[in-house]
Ligand binder design. Structure first.
Ligand code: SAH
Ligand code: SF4
Length: 375
């Protein structure tokens, strides 16, 4: 029987390569080049992705694999893992939403949220540290762009959420993923697609592609690429404005990809894929919440299989959220025109995710749990 002969890995001069960055085939090929036989590569990949193991040295692997791990994975060695450290955790008062501030290997801090309402377990992940798109009502946008996340750093957030869920209720499974944390997923297209392939791989985490939603501010080339490549994920487009001016005042990226271009791309996406598009609309008092705006939105969406998600604003930068009566008036206009239109629940993502606000929040120590506090 061939053995894992990869002991030549040893100490490396190169920066370590994260094993979490590698999809199953790439992983098997890379480890084969290290002398690790396919069976052991499979065992290791499953341990990382299906079982979420971080302590590889403590695993009951067969001796050749154990030797390769000891020689090759860890500080100063050729390979590393993405094992983000929890810097902080907040919980919604109903306990159904937990937001984690996670520190990456290079010290960057990002947000990941586990949500457990409506009987569904959903994780919301970040795709970048910061964001280059600068939306004026978004705390992440106001931070500016720091860097793209690697695929392994995106996968590691899902693995973290699964580990936490297991401690809450081992019978519950994490079945839904939304890319609505910090950053613009289609600005980091390749790493995001690589991560989603891994996350939906049934040999690992196995979240169904139809349960994965990519939310974009409207990166037109990315939307067209999703359609051309036949990516099986759900698409959410953050619209927020019904005219070029209205949108540009909230979403600076629309100066690069105009509303007209964006709506063309959405039509093309719908025609090519036959899929429904979810349009997100953060309601901001006096900016995009009038009945006239709702009527223009109806015209923009004509002919598109669209669902509109109205998001209550998490107030930042002096903006004020739309009062509930005006919000319901807005919703009624869309529904009357035949578009499904729902309010996103504040106890979920909007209370706790999507906007990079955790660091700005006042921290209140929770008496019951270590390092956690309530919203
Ligand atoms: N960059 C992507 C995904 C991350 S933002 C995008 O913009 O779609 C996810 C969602 O959170 C977007 O719809 C965004 O408009 C919304 N969001 C950002 N800041 C918010 C805030 N302060 N209140 C409510 N929603 C916000
Ligand atoms: Fe970036 Fe999305 Fe925030 Fe806009 S709303 S700044 S695209 S994260």
């Amino acid at each position: 029987m061939p053995v894992c002969a990869g002991l030549h890995s040893g100490v490396s001069e190169q920066p370590p390569r994260s094993l979490h960055d590698l999809g199953f085939s790439e992983f098997a090929d890379l480890l084969a080049a290290e002398g690790v036989i396919p069976h052991h590569a499979k065992v290791l990949w499953r341990a990382l992705h299906r079982d979420g193991v971080l302590d590889l040295a403590g695993q009951e692997f067969l001796p050749p694999l154990k030797r390769w791990v000891a020689a090759s994975v860890g500080p100063g060695k050729a390979f590393s893992l993405d094992a983000p450290a929890v810097v902080d955790e907040i919980r919604s008062t109903d306990g159904l939403t937990r937001k984690f501030l996670l520190r990456l290997n290079d010290g960057q801090v990002i947000e990941t949220v586990l949500m457990g309402y409506d009987g569904r377990q959903t994780v919301c992940v970040s795709t970048q540290a910061g964001c280059a798109m600068g939306c004026v009502f978004c705390a992440t946008g106001q931070m500016g762009f720091v860097r793209h996340l690697r695929a392994g750093e995106i996968v590691a957030q899902v693995l973290h959420a699964r580990r936490v869920l297991k401690t809450i209720d081992p019978n519950k499974r994490l079945r839904n993923l939304v890319l609505m944390g910090m950053g613009e997923p289609l600005h980091n297209y390749d790493a995001v697609m690589q991560a989603l392939e891994m996350i939906s791989d049934v040999r690992g985490i196995g979240i169904g592609p139809s349960k994965i939603a990519i939310s974009t501010v409207g990166v037109v080339p990315g939307i067209l690429r999703l359609a051309d490549e036949g990516r099986p994920f759900r698409l959410a487009v953050s619209l927020h404005g019904s005219t070029e001016e209205e949108r540009a005042a909230l979403v600076p990226a629309s100066k690069r990809w105009s509303l007209a271009l964006l709506m063309d791309a959405c039509r093309k996406y719908g025609e090519t894929t036959g899929k429904r598009i979810f349009f997100e609309w953060t309601l901001i008092a006096g900016k995009n919440d009038s009945p006239e705006t709702a009527a223009r939105l109806v015209e923009l969406l004509r002919g598109i299989d669209a669902h509109v998600n109205l998001i209550p604003l998490n107030p930042t930068g002096g903006f004020v959220g739309t009062a509930s009566q005006a919000g319901h008036g807005f919703q009624k206009i869309l529904i009357a025109a035949g578009f499904p239109c729902t309010f996103r629940q504040r106890r979920g993502i909007d209370v706790a995710a999507g906007c990079g606000m955790l660091r700005a929040e006042k921290r209140v120590k929770s008496a019951q749990s270590q390092g956690s506090h309530e919203l």
